[in-house]
Structures are given as structure tokens and as C-alpha cells.
Design a protein around this ligand. Sequence first.
Ligand code: NAP
Length: 335
Amino acid sequence: MALKVGVIGTGAIGQEHIRRLHTKLNGSTVVALNDINLEGAQKVADTYGGITVHKTYQDVIDDPSVDALVITSWGPAHEEQVLAAIKAGKPVFVEKPMATTAEGAKRIVDAEIAFGKKLVQVGFMRRYDAGYKLLKDVIDAGKIGDPLVLHCAHRNPTVPEAYVTYMAINDTAIHEIDVLHWLIDDEWTSAQVIMPKATRNTHAKLKDPQILILTSQKGIRVVLEIFVNCQYGYDIQCEVVGETGIAKLPEPMSIQMRSEEKLSNTILNDWKVRFIESYDVELQDWIDSTVKGEVNGPTAWDGYLASVTSDACVKAQETGAIEPIVTPTRPAFYN
Ligand code: NAP
């Protein structure tokens, strides 16, 4: 029997996930939707047929035909929607950020522990990316010795006007905050944010680019350039410098061209395309584990840890100082 999914938030990634869950992946079907923009939600439902559009997100959660929820609304709405799903005892996949502050994320962790069963998976899809998995295999096998320094970049061609300075952390770098600590199997201890000369392609409320420096418990340093108006493409870079070698995240596959006196490769422009396979693998894993009553992917605890670091990074943006990060003790519930 297919897992019957209710989706809250039918914007860019909501529509992508609805298509996956309803038409592409095995073992799921979308039965109900809600968006604050009801007209938009209705349009999405009409492209498929047979999907109920509810007036509120709570109606989706309460719909007896909904087995599990996917939350793809905007970040500030995630916390209350995830808490409502936990209260109803329904499994929930929530896009990052799970909550916009560590305090909010902790409320989710506490609610899940009080409920007594893991229900929440967070959309950190890079852990499912074939390139990051290969990179982790190389590091774990000791092929470059101990990792020492990571040079990373997260570049978007442009962002909307509503995107402001702190979002470089809790909307963008949150992916690296999660995937890099998973990659090196270590926790963050401090963060610093440096603001270089700003690009003329930004606006008054967005400092762009930014350089985030993270230090881990083992002393590993990450230097992450976040540049969200880079113009030329969507470009994710990660190079790990180890004691005996260097390992680099593979570039997305593209045809190498020799033409018009140039040797060239295409650079992708769209995040949806860059990680298209990772989203598929991630949601298939979510469907399969949800049917078994398990959470196999990144948990609410992972969402909480990312928020703790994200809060310290936002503070570092404001103070310009090196801000400490104190990793909370993992409860046995999340072992
Ligand atoms: P989006 O296009 O703005 O879509 C968000 C949708 O949620 C909009 O339709 C918005 O309506 C709606 N919404 C806002 N508040 C709501 C509420 N209280 N209840 C129900 N719906 C509500 O944004 P997006 O790019 O899809 O991003 C959505 C979330 O996914 C964000 O948290 C984002 O960080 C995350 N995301 C993750 C990835 C990834 O790689 N994992 C990639 C993209 C996005 P209005 O437009 O009318 O406000």
C-alpha cells in the first residue's frame, strides 16, 4: 500500500517534491496539500487531479487519509508545523531549516522525545549525494590521512530581494554546517564570519560574499565562501586537504566541448538540477523507512545541532568575533 502524503507548502521545492512523491518514486502518493497561497496550491493540485487542497496546514495534518507529512513551507513556519505533526503522531519530512533558531529546534527535539518515537527527518539531502558519499568513503578509508583543512564554496547565481544577510547562514550555509560535520565525523567548536568587499550585484540588506570559518573539536578548519549573487551559476565546491593527499567533491557530469576555439564544460545554474538525484534518493529512503515506522535519514537531533551552529554563525556575522559553539549532549533517544 502506498504511503499517503500530505504536503504543506507548494512553492519551488514543494512542487518538486510533490512531483517526485506522486509520479516518480516508489510507494507514495500525494493526497492532500496546503499553502498559505491557496490559489497556488489549487493550481498544483489541478495539474495532477485527485488531490485535496485544505484551507489550513492543520487540516492537512488532521486529514485521516494522510499517513505522513512533507513540510516545504518557508523556514519560519516549519517549527509550529512540525510540532503539530508530532502532536498528531504523524511522521514528518521537513525541509531545512528544521527551525530558524536553536531554541525552536530544541522544542521539536523535546516534543519528539516526549512523544516517545522518532517521527522527524530533516531535508539535508547532501548526505544522500553520490559525490559527498564518495568523498566520505575516501576520508573514512584514510586515503588522504587525517583531514586538516576544507576549502568550500556555496555559490548561487542570484537570490530574491527578500534574501538578507543572516540567510547566508540559516538558509544557505546550513547545508555545509550539516554535511561537513557528517563528512569529517566531528563537531563544531567555533565560528567566525569575515565580510570581504561586497559585490555591486547585492543590495543594502545583504552582505555578499561572506567567508565563514568553522573549527571542529579535532582542530579541523573549514573555510567556506558563501556568494549568492555570483552571476555565473550554481556552484558547490568542497576540497579536503589531508595529511597525505587532497580529495575533492566531483563536478556534476557535463559534456566537455571543443568548439569555437574553446575547450569548455557547462556550469549548472539551478539547485534543483545540481542535486536532483540526491533529492530522489533522499525521499525514496524517507518513504521506505517511514513505511517501516523508522527514521533512517538526518533526525531532529541533526536539525537541532545545525541550528545551534547556525545561531553562533549569525552572532559571528554581527560581532565579527570568533564565537564559541557548544555542542549539546546527545540524548540516548538519538543514539
Ligand atoms: P518558496 O518557493 O517561497 O515556497 C514556500 C511556499 O510556502 C510558498 O508558496 C509560501 O507561500 C508557502 N508558505 C509560507 N508560509 C506558509 C505557511 N505558514 N503555511 C503554508 N505555506 C506557507 O520557497 P522554496 O524555495 O520552496 O523553499 C521552501 C523551504 O525549502 C525553505 O525552508 C527552503 O530553505 C527549503 N529549500 C531546501 C532546499 C534544499 O536543497 N534542501 C532547496 C530549496 C528550498 P507565499 O509564497 O505566498 O509566501
